[in-house]
Design a binder for this molecule. Sequence first.
Ligand code: SIN
Length: 537
Amino acid sequence: MKITLSTAGLSRTPFLVIGSGIAGLYTALKLADIAPVTLITKETLEESNTSYAQGGIAAALSPDDSPDLHYTDTIQAGAGLCLPPAVTALVNEGPERVRELIAWGVPFDTEAGTLVMTREAAHSFSRVLHADGDATGREIIKVLVQRVRTHPRITVKENHYAVALLTGEDGCYGALVLDENATQTSFLAEATVLATGGCGQIFTATTNPAVATGDGLALAFLAGAPLADLEFVQFHPTVLHLDGAPCFLITEAVRGEGGLLRNKKGVRFMPSYHKQAELAPRDVVARSVWLEMAKTGADHVYLDLSLLSADLIERRFPNIYETCLSYGLDITKAPIPVAPAAHYMMGGVAIDLYGRTALPWLFACGEVANAGVHGANRLASNSLLDGLVFGHRIFEYLQRNRRRQPALPPELAAVVPTETNPEHLAADRLALKALASAHLGIIRREEDLQNAKRRLAPATPPAPIPLNRLNRPYLELQNMRLLVRLMLEAALTRRESRGSHYRVDYPVPDPAWQKRIVLSSTGTNWAAADQPFTWSW
Ligand code: SIN
């Protein structure tokens, strides 16, 4: 549905940042050095995927480590689809970005004044920094939020939900936004940065908070910016599976410190699946856990911490220890029941090496974006770093290239998604999540994917609902539904298995498929795996 601007009030800002995880907060802080920024977020500044990140942030900061080693590990985990220049930027610029966080006051854990680094799966070196043991995201967010809230050039708009991007003859002009009183405002910006995070809420079991509904992906797609690699969803292998408890992440760092995976019979199984055993790449561990559950007819496996002392567990993993204890499980005495859950979207809005999307003056960074650093399987603890490095690259670009504050163009479009007219929003949302979980999970097959696609195809296009009835739950459901359709398309198209995308009917990687699937409103296209996206603007 296309709407006209006259329906909404106008607010002008040089830079508009949408989203408040590490990528949004950090980019807003950097851009504020150039000009005033308006940051909108759909709940509070504190609520994002970043806040729940436990393990940490990977960077080659130790004297014995090197960006080259980090590069090799990232490329190997990415199963042939990482973009080399994007990974080079990540590993070379990452250490500087992390030093910046330290200078801003992020309290990464130290011992005798030296940063403590841990090892996580598929890293050849201990290079993962953490804060307050296993509360790294929370500690980073605290510092960034405090800086954003007190910054004289950043205006924060909480409980503001982006309904659609505003587009015109010269690309993106900002966003149409709904506040908690259902008032619509058009924020007109010189440059707009999407940093809205991922879409784990598409699945029933996910480590992502309720806000992770993939809004930015849908907004970009509907405004004309292509999305790439949507078939690659990362499932975290070890998520708490306990009656009455939420899907709480049990960081990979627990395995890095010696945690072992055992099936319900108590048998350690990872050595029979991969030579790196519990520290194999995340896609391998998630699939092995899934297979082991299927073989033993169980809905979980166990993470055995008996090699870790009680003191180490309480000191190194205080957040996990306390949370499990609050559900009656003392992890210093008993193993943790765990199962895989959706965790991270490798795919995203296609960006070039400076965070530019195909739509002029629309940028993206963090989980919503896809520069190609993660390939088909993200290396643990590279996501927070990705948000910083590409946020900084957007800043560098805008420092050198400013657009004149756009005059209000004669015509401005905002495409509002209208996938379906739900009878009961909550029930429809649950049904969509069940469908995605059943057909787009760790193990996929043609028949299931086709079946899900048929079920999502509307018989007739639904009638658009009046603008004054647009609300966040309705729009989130539209966005999620659109994304599930696109993810099904990508998963059906890729007839091979690679990284996190496993097709039982095409179980091995096919060299002919070492390319990226790009979806746009004009259809399905390919991109070379080793070439950055380039745009004409
Ligand atoms: C974890 O702590 O295991 C998650 C870290 C990540 O997703 O990179």
